[in-house]
Design a protein around this ligand. Sequence first.
Ligand code: FES
Ligand code: MG
Length: 573
Amino acid sequence: MAGKTPETLRSRRWYGEGPGSTEHTSHALQAGYAREEFQGRPVIGIVNTWSDMNPCHAHLRDRAEAVKRGVWQAGGFPVELPAMSLGEGYVKPSAMLYRNFLAMETEELLRCHPIDGAILLGGCDKTTPGLLMGAISMDIPAIYCPAGFTMGATFRGERFGSGTGPFRYAPDLIAGRLPMEDWEAIEQKIWSSPGTCNVMGTASTMTALAEVLGMSLTGASSVPAMDSRGHQLGAAAGRRIVQMVWDDLKPSDIISDASVFNAAKACVALGGSTNAAIHLIALARRAGTSFTLDDFNDIGRQVPVLANVQPSGEYIMHEFADAGGLPALLTQMASKLDLDCATVTGATLGENIRGAKVGDANIVRPLDNPVATEALAVLKGNLAPNGCVIKPSAATAELLQHRGPAVVFNDADDLAARIHDPDLDVDANSVLVLRNVGPLGGPGMAENGMIPIPRKLAEQGIRDVVRISDARMSGTSFGTCALHISPESWIGGPLALVEDGDEIELDVAGRAITLCVEDAVLEQRRQAWQAPEPHYKRGWGMLFSDNVNQAHEGCDFDMLASREPTPEPPVHG
Ligand code: FES
Ligand code: MG
C-alpha cells in the first residue's frame, strides 16, 4: 500500500503553507498550538461519545486524554470531536432511532474537518455500530476503542448481570413475591460503575465484533471500564493510529467478506445479542460486502455457543475477561475462522491471537463442549417473508417447537394498558404478539420484544411463553422471543393481519414461523388493512422514516449504505 508523507496528508489541504492556509493555521495558533505541533503531522480526530446523559461513557473524557497522550508520543496532532452519545437507557423513543444519525455525524465530522485518522470512543449499544458505520463510509484510518464494561455485582449471594439480573427478578416483582426494598437494591446493582452492561448484551457483543472485524486493538473488548489497562490501550491506540495514517491503512483495507463472516461466527460463539443481526448487516453493507441475514442463519447452525456468559450462560463479563476473554475464545474456534484477515494492529487476526491463553475452559469453552448449540436462528414463513430472528440459547427449549393461539397487542401503548389485566384471555399455551414496534412503526424499533409475562401467568410461576414482534429486544434479555419480523406491520407486513385466537406455529428446528390462517382469509384482511398516519411530518423523524430500510437489511438508509464516492470538501483560504 502506498504510504502518506507530510505533503500528501489529507489535513495538508487545510494546514499547508502560504495565504491559502492562513485561516486554518491561525485558528490552530489561536487554540494555543505552535506551528511545529500541528504542521506536517497526522491530525487525529478523537470522536468522543461522552455525555452526562450516558453514564456508560462517564469515563470517556479521561480516556480521550489517554488517547491524546499516545497521539502526541507518536508525532500526531490530536483533536477531540464530541458526537451524539446515545445512552441506551435514556434516549427515547429508542437509541436505535438515532444510530444512523450518529453514523452520519461521525462521517461528516471526519469529512468536514482536517482529519487524517480517527479514534472512535464508544461502547453503549448503538454507539459502536454508529461510529463504525460512519468511519467505514468515510474510509480514513480508524481504530475503535471500547469503553469497557461496568463492575461485577452480586445480589442475594448470586452473580448479578446488568439487564439480565433485573429481568430475571421482574416476574417476582410483578407477582408480589419481591419486596420493593429488594428491588431498590437491584436498581443500585444493575450498573455499579461507569462502563457498559456486564453481560453479553448488545454492548459487549458489538465491541467484540468490532475487534473481530479488525477495527480494535487485540483484547480491547475484554477490559473492564475501570481497569487501568483501558487507558493504557487508549494511549496505545493513539500511537498506533498515527502509524496507520502514514501507512494509509483504511477500513476498506481491513473489512472484507472474510472478516464479516469471522465476526458473525464470533457473534454466535459469544451467544451474542440478536441486535447484532441488524448492526453487523448494516456494517457489512457499508463496507460493500455481500453478507446477509441468511448467512447469519447458516453460521448459527455451524458454530455453537462457547462463551459461558449471561444471558446464554452463567458468568458475567469480568469473569469472561479473566478467563482469557475474546482472544481466548477466538483460539477455541480458530478452525472456524479466516485467520489471514487484516487488522488495525498491522498484523493478521491469527497473529493477534497467537499465544492467547484459555484461563478457564468452563467459561471459554472448546468446540466439543459448548454451552448451547445455537445462539441465533433466522425463521421465515408467511408471518415473516423476509425473516425474523430468535436466540435459542436464551429461550426455553420446550417452546422452540410450539403452536398456540395469538393474543395480539396492537402497539406498545396497548401492551402497557392490557398485559397485566386480570381478564386478559391468556394461558401458558398462548402466543403473545406485539406489532407496530418496527423500524417505522416503533418508531425506531425499540427493545420491547421481550414482552412481559402477564401478571396472571407470573403468579402461576410461568416465566416464559412464546412472544412474537417486529421489535428488537435488549441483548441482556432472554426468553422465547421471535424478533425483527420483516417486513414490519406498520408498512403492511403480515404481522398486521394477525387476530386474537389465530393459531401461530413456531418451528425453530425447521426455521419456520407460520400464521395458520388460510391465504384467502389473509387476503381479505389485507384488503381491509389501512396504513397508519406517519409518525413524523418534519425533522429527523421524517428523514429517518423516509429512508430507513427493514431489519433484514440492517435498518440503514440506502443513501448512506451507497458506495458512491463523496467529493472531498473544497478548502479555500
Ligand atoms: Fe449502556 Fe447497556 S445501557 S451498555
Ligand atoms: Mg439495550
